[in-house]
Design a binder for this molecule. Structure first.
Ligand code: NI
Length: 183
């Protein structure tokens, strides 16, 4: 099944999500549902808080975008109880968007390299390093687990300029071609 996407202004997007146990009820189904929801809304990643579940789980599937961004080829992963343990490198700037903030794209600074520890969907522990675009996508999804949105990371000037737009989104003044939930 698919879930509606929680939109900017909903308190669940601001909560720090919690680790889960291996026996979390319906975990495999939930992971499948996250993928289904993400494909329907054409995202490259989706975090559990975006469907209203405050747990440390996110998914990424870059394979549909591999033609434009070759490093995304074969990159389809599930991150459970993820924790970024290192960040390094010069900050890199690139425009980002988010299914929870429809029709807004802004330049965001991200660390070039990260190290992340997590469990995959077979509950195998992983300790990996990433760079470039994949590191960016991971940091974006990971931020959702800490209640942080990409709009928190734009420049102070842009923050002022988009304030009205964000307020409008939180009042339901936006269009999205996927199902959403405001509160
Ligand atoms: Ni997002």
């Amino acid at each position: 099944m698919t879930y509606p996407i929680v939109v900017y202004g909903h308190p669940v997007l601001r909560k720090v999500a919690e680790d889960i146990g291996k026996d979390y009820p319906g975990l495999q189904q939930l992971i499948d549902d996250l993928f289904e929801t993400m494909y329907k809304s054409e995202g490259v990643g989706l975090a559990a808080p975006q469907i209203g579940k405050s747990i440390r789980l996110f998914i990424i599937d870059g394979t549909p975008y591999a033609e434009d961004i070759p490093e995304l080829a074969d990159f389809k992963k599930v991150f459970i109880n993820a924790h970024i343990t290192e960040k390094s490198g010069d900050p890199e700037f690139m425009k980002e968007g988010c299914l929870s903030i429809p029709n807004l794209r802004e330049e965001v600074s991200r660390d070039a390299h990260i190290r992340i520890q997590y469990f995959d969907r077979d509950w195998v522990f992983r300790d990996e390093t990433y760079e470039g675009f994949i590191a960016r996508v991971i940091q974006h999804e990971y931020d959702h687990l800490d209640g942080i949105l990409f709009t928190d990371r734009v420049s102070p000037l842009r923050k002022r300029l988009i304030r009205g737009k964000l307020n409008a989104i939180s009042r339901g003044k936006f269009e999205a071609d996927y199902q959403t939930i405001l509160r």
